[in-house]
Structures are given as C-alpha cells and as structure tokens.
Design a protein around this ligand. Sequence first.
Ligand SMILES: CC(C)(COP(=O)(O)OP(=O)(O)OC[C@H]1O[C@@H](n2cnc3c(N)ncnc32)[C@H](O)[C@@H]1OP(=O)(O)O)[C@@H](O)C(=O)NCCC(=O)NCCS
Length: 264
Amino acid sequence: MSALARAPLQLMNTHLNMKGANESAKRKRASTDPIEKVRRLVHRYHEKAIPHRAPTKKEPSFDISKTWDSDPSWTSWTHPGTHLKYSLSLMSARRLSSDDFNTCYHLIEETSRADYEASTTGWKSVKKIAEMKSPELRYILVKNEEGVVRGFTSLMPTYEEGEPVVYCYEIHLASELQRTGLGRLLMSFLESVASHTPPIKKIMLTCFLSNKGALRFYESAGFTKDPISPVPKKLRYGREFIPDYAIMSKIVDSSKAVLGPAPS
Ligand SMILES: CC(C)(COP(=O)(O)OP(=O)(O)OC[C@H]1O[C@@H](n2cnc3c(N)ncnc32)[C@H](O)[C@@H]1OP(=O)(O)O)[C@@H](O)C(=O)NCCC(=O)NCCS
C-alpha cells in the first residue's frame, strides 16, 4: 500500500471529470482496453489538467542517481537459486515505457490486489495508475534476461507531517524472486538514498496489516510502527475505527550508510 492511497484524491477526480477532459475524450477514438482508457485519463490529469508541481525551496534535494551511479552492485543481481541474471535500473515515472508500466501495474495486482480488496481502501485502478505516474516517483526495475520486469520498487522523497522522508510507495516481486534476498537489497538502496539526501533521516512506508509476510519483511529490515500510524478509535454512535494498515518507518543513521558520504 502506498502513501497516496491514504490521501483523499477528490482533486484528482475533479480534474479527471473535468468537462474539457470529457469533451476531448469524446473526440478521441474510444479505447477497448480498460487499462489504456484509464491511462489516457491519467495522462490528461498529469500532463494537461493541472500544471506540474513546481519544486519548492523546502523540497529535499533529490539527485538519487548519484547514489545509484556510485555503486555498480546496484545494477545487476543473480538469483541465488536459479543463478539467472537480472538487471536493475533506476528511472523516473515519466521515463517508464508503456510495457514496463503495465507490467509493474500487473505485478501490484498479482501480489496485492486481494489485500486492497479486503481493506477499506478497496482496489481503485484509476487512483492506483494516477499515483504510479506521479512525476516525482522514481522506479527501480528488476528485469530478467529477456528484458521483462519481474520486480520493482518505487520511492519518493517527500514531507510527511512536516518531516523529510524517503517514502517507499511500492515493492513487489514476482513469486520466483520472493525470499531470495532481493527485497532486502532493494530496501538497502532506499536506505542509502535516505542517508545521502540531507535533511532526510527516515524511510517510511504503508503496509496492510493483513500482509503478514511483508510486515515480517519490514520488521526484519528494522522498521517499526511510526508514531503517526493510525490506532483504533471510538467513534460516535458506538462505532469504532479499526485501522487495517500500519505506517512503518526506520530512522537512517548516515554514519552507518552503506556508501561513503554523498558528493557535495
Ligand atoms: C515483501 C517482499 C518485497 C520481500 O522481498 P523478499 O525478497 O521476498 O524478501 P527477502 O528474501 O529479502 O527477506 C528478507 C527477510 O525478511 C523476512 N521475510 C521476507 N518475506 C517473508 C515472509 N513472507 N514471511 C516471513 N518473513 C519474511 C525474513 O526474515 C527474510 O529473511 P530470511 O529469508 O533470511 O528468513 C516480497 O516478498 C514481495 O514482493 N511480496 C509480495 C508483494 C508485497 O507484499 N509487497 C509489499 C507490499 S506492502
């Protein structure tokens, strides 16, 4: 589950439903592919309906390509069981090809759709695709020798409750890559980014409480429940709010960074 999935997206829906957008949609040939249809709506939302968010002075500097380039061990990985080689690449959401984007989307569906559907969040493809196309998101793609994405993580440096953090939006591996240590490797890159991007000192993420395997994975990587994680609450008329997700975080100690100090 990602950060934005928790946020109200009425603004996005307003823009997606804008009269102008609908009119221009009518002028275009109707798509028979539902994913393509949603992608077109999202594209208009990001590219036309609102201007891109201009970086503010408060934004953390975010040149994670320096961290990436500084260690060649990020760019390839060998499966410990099959000994097949995989390539890892870093790119922004804007540069993802349609094929890679679709494969990432389907990986989320494959590994986590059931968790979304069982939650109060629900599975909302338009919102999910719009979120995945957020221009500030960076992706690390894990591709097999045929160049097909078999796993990915996405991340963004942002402010959470006023605190600069690296937010891990997604991490999804195809079944043949799970429990191979790859997840841990990808998280160690996020950790490296956080420790080399002042003033960031924290990594955050959101996880459904039903996803016990992922919770164990994050705990084993040193994540704990963040103080802003929702807690059960008594509501009016005897109703109760019981959260179905946790916000987890890990403080990153830059003195223990995997790599040397960030280039100035
Ligand atoms: C969650 C995920 C990214 C973890 O990556 P991974 O490569 O499978 O995990 P690793 O092999 O690096 O595991 C590291 C440690 O985490 C713990 N761990 C990982 N998966 C676990 C699981 N399913 N159950 C219990 N512990 C687990 C273990 O302690 C493990 O160490 P060990 O293998 O030496 O015992 C991956 O399994 C995945 O993509 N799952 C499906 C998608 C998903 O749930 N994403 C998270 C959404 S919030």
